[in-house]
Design a protein around this ligand. Structure first.
Ligand SMILES: Nc1nc2c(c(=O)[nH]1)N[C@H]1C(S)=C(S)[C@@H](COP(=O)(O)OP(=O)(O)OC[C@H]3O[C@@H](n4cnc5c(=O)[nH]c(N)nc54)[C@H](O)[C@@H]3O)O[C@H]1N2
Ligand SMILES: Nc1nc2c(c(=O)[nH]1)N[C@H]1C(S)=C(S)[C@@H](COP(=O)(O)OP(=O)(O)OC[C@H]3O[C@@H](n4cnc5c(=O)[nH]c(N)nc54)[C@H](O)[C@@H]3O)O[C@H]1N2
Ligand SMILES: [Mo]
Length: 680
């Protein structure tokens, strides 16, 4: 079967796709398989100022291996770094982690999931001892009497998920949405709490304060299943409603209504997404929502719980098998001696030969080409020139490298800066497993062969490992890699040892942990106990700190960033599809009509948005749906309209998540003639 635009049919037997729904990006994705500028031949430049030219695989791989040898001899193994992606299959993520630790012997591997799921992951690990996006099957969404969704615009970002919300509403369920914008998701809600960016933590503490005041706390559950509530009670005592209204901008009556809905529901889900998580306080913010859920006795109760909505294609599996700087396969910690022992045995090396934890994504990008920092970077499945915070700095750091290698099927903004570009296969051309937001491992079968000359990421990794004379085996057949992953993950938190390709097909996916072939898998993870040593969930007292950068006279507005329905991530894949470009052709700045009046701008007027790090030019979209003190930009565009020229690389101390969702900016009207003159 060949896939081309318009013939992609969604699986309707997987509940996450409820009823076979697929969004526009899904059914147009086939166009990219034959994109006119698809890369099908390796490209290389002779030196930094030379153009990229077509070369043989042999020449490209020899150059990379020779440079790696030279750099590592001069600067040590950590001078070569790897950057992965949450869109890679489990097999690729696993192999990339092994390649970094065994073939390159570098500590420095991290990935774009650091920008995505890391705060949610850190908070869930801390509270529950386990990070599985949804601890329950997605069908539970439709059964929940009340859902609280903090910082997710699922109507645009997860259209298939909306079917579950519709089913929930049809059953009489209620929805509460927390968002600075009245999004298409917020408009479906019974209650919309239009929070000031970066203040969700105070809001969650305030909601718990009210739940305590109104006697809605489940004391029996807290005593049986948790630890730490008393310290949290003391802290949230100081979050009385009027104070929280002042911090968050959410009116007290709306908070009361939200707490009553949640606290009296027979079943309820508290969910977070990137709006609440992509902050320098992201881990503590998610913790505050977990505290609220625990206070109401939700996690581990059938039909109820806490969860976070995982973003990328393999956002869940991609964060389990070792492409994270502090991690080994099976969601093991790289600083845990038992984990090192187990994984080293599977890889056929000594535990002492495995490197320790490396730099996290933003720190890794920031260290490139600095004294003592990495001098070479290999990128698989990410476009950090567009998607990482503070783009100017990212471009500077990439330019300071001795060697940049990018494996991609499209000339992304990062690939065009590379010294060597390796053409790789696309999803429809490769088999592999992905793990969805419910923790269900799925098999994606190749539908057609890759174009001649193109190699899959597994083949690229194997070819590089061979040239580096690496220890261990690097299989190129996905199923063979999966068999090794099963062994490596055995006994870990994300245990896949009982999962086989055959079972996945027969059972329409298997939920991890699945510690044996006779084990049914685990759709609901916390029914009897949490994954902490004593089986109890931890409540951790957290305090509001606010955004790392607050508004001031020079930068009087909050900028927040996010997504639109028609575009995907850094846009490499969607800016090439006519139908999607027609839907939203350019970057824009959404701002309130009152602010538009003050700035003397209207729909389509060009404005300059400036933060402490840079400025962008884009057209205005006037809206009644956004707070008056906040402007919003989608981050899908490259060049001078890049939202990330503005964003703040301030990091969460625990998750190392950058603050994509709030920084301080000013907005000025500009005249098009003036920009033309500047650009000329
Ligand atoms: N169309 C489309 N769909 C996608 C993607 C895509 O690029 N395009 N990417 C996928 C990926 S990787 C991810 S991670 C998910 C992300 O999915 P979402 O988390 O739903 O996406 P975002 O648009 O980044 O952010 C959601 C909302 O957070 C709000 N927000 C901003 N600041 C704050 C704040 O301080 N507090 C609160 N409570 N809300 C805030 C924004 O206004 C926005 O409406 O989407 C996935 N799906
Ligand atoms: N301002 C702002 N910035 C953000 C966010 C935000 O909300 N605001 N969100 C952040 C989030 S949540 C995310 S997930 C990141 C995502 O941003 P990126 O990490 O840049 O992810 P993509 O745009 O999906 O880039 C994937 C690249 O890899 C290629 N690719 C796809 N599949 C494969 C594969 O299998 N193998 C190889 N070798 N290449 C492949 C694609 O062609 C594309 O060029 O952006 C982050 N950046
Ligand atoms: Mo993401």
């Amino acid at each position: 079967m060949f896939v081309d635009a318009g013939t992609i049919t969604p699986r309707d037997d997987i509940p996450a796709n409820s009823g076979g729904a697929l969004c526009q990006k899904g059914w147009t994705a086939g166009e990219l398989l034959t994109a006119p500028d698809r890369i099908t031949v390796p490209l290389m430049r002779a030196h930094r100022d030379a153009p990229l030219e077509e070369v043989s695989w042999h020449a490209a791989l020899e150059r990379i291996a020779a440079e790696i040898h030279r750099i590592q001899r001069a600067h040590g193994p950590d001078a070569v770094a790897v950057f992965g992606g949450g869109g890679l299959t489990n097999e690729k993520a696993y192999q990339l982690g092994k390649f970094a630790r065994v073939a390159l012997r570098t500590a420095n591997i991290d990935y774009n999931g650091r920008f995505c799921m890391s705060s949610a992951a850190a908070a869930q690990n801390r509270a529950f001892g386990l990070d599985r996006g949804l601890p329950v099957p997605i069908n539970d969404v439709a059964e929940a009497d009340v859902i609280l969704l903090a910082g997710g615009n699922v109507a645009e970002t997860m259209p298939p998920f909306v079917r579950h919300l519709t089913a929930q509403r049809d059953r009489g369920g209620r929805l509460i949405v927390i968002d600075p914008r009245n999004t298409s998701t917020a408009r479906r809600a019974d209650l919309h709490l239009q929070v000031t960016p970066g203040t969700d933590l105070a809001l969650a503490n305030g909601l718990l304060h009210l739940a305590i005041a109104e006697g809605l706390i489940d004391e029996g559950y807290l005593a049986r299943r948790t630890r730490g509530f008393e310290a949290v009670r003391t802290v949230v005592n100081a979050y009385w409603p009027e104070r929280v209204e002042r911090i968050t901008g959410v009116p007290v009556p709306l908070m009361r209504e939200a707490v009553r809905l949640l606290g009296t529901a027979a079943t309820a889900l508290v969910l977070t997404a990137r709006g609440a998580e992509q902050h320098a306080t992201g881990t503590d913010t998610v913790t505050a929502f977990i505290n609220l859920a625990l206070g109401l006795g939700l996690p581990g109760r059938r039909g109820s719980g806490f969860g976070c909505l995982t973003g990328q294609g393999n956002g869940q599996g991609g964060r389990e098998h070792g492409q994270k700087a502090d991690q080994l396969p099976g969601y093991r910690r790289i600083d845990d001696p038992a984990a090192r022992e187990h994984v080293a045995r599977v890889w056929g090396v000594e535990p002492g030969d495995l490197p320790g934890p490396g730099l996290s994504a933003t720190e890794l990008l920031g260290a490139l080409g600095t004294t003592g920092g990495p001098r070479a970077l290999l990128v698989f499945g990410s476009n950090p020139v567009v998607s990482a915070p503070d783009s100017t700095r990212v471009e500077e750091r990439l330019a300071a490298l001795d060697l940049l290698v990018v494996a991609d099927f499209l000339p992304s903004e990062t690939a065009v800066r590379a010294d060597v570009v390796l053409p790789t296969a696309q999803w429809a051309e490769e088999t592999g497993t992905i793990t969805n937001l419910e923790g269900r491992v799925l098999l994606r079968q190749a539908a057609q062969p890759a174009p001649a000359g193109v190699r899959g990421d597994l083949e690229i990794i194997a070819a590089l490992a061979e040239r580096l004379k690496a220890a261990g085996r690097y299989a190129t057949e996905p199923e063979e890699v999966f068999e090794e992953l099963r062994t490596a993950s055995a006994g870990g938190l994300a245990d896949y040892s009982g999962i086989t390709y055959e079972r996945i097909v027969k059972e329409t996916g298997v939920f991890w942990p699945c510690p044996g072939e006779g084990h049914p898998g685990t759709p609901r993870v916390f029914l009897d106990r949490f994954a902490t040593p004593d089986g109890r969930a931890r409540l951790i007292a957290v305090e509001h700190r606010g955004p790392a950068e607050d508004v001031c006279d020079a930068y009087p507005l909050y900028l927040t960033t996010g997504r639109v329905l028609a575009h995907y991530q850094s846009g490499t894949q969607t800016r090439r599809v006519r139908a999607l470009l027609d839907a939203v052709p350019d970057a824009y700045v959404e701002l309130h009509s009152d602010l538009a009046g003050r700035l003397d701008v209207a729909d389509g007027t060009s404005v300059r948005v400036t933060s402490r790090r840079g400025s962008v030019v884009a057209a205005v979209r006037v809206s009644e749906a956004i707070r008056r003190d906040t402007v919003f930009m989608p981050f899908h565009w490259a060049g001078a309209a890049r939202a990330n020229l503005l964003t703040n690389p301030a990091l969460d101390p625990t998750s190392r998540m950058p603050e994509f969702k709030v920084c301080a900016v000013r907005v000025e009207k500009i005249h098009v003639e003036k920009i033309r003159a500047e650009m000329a």
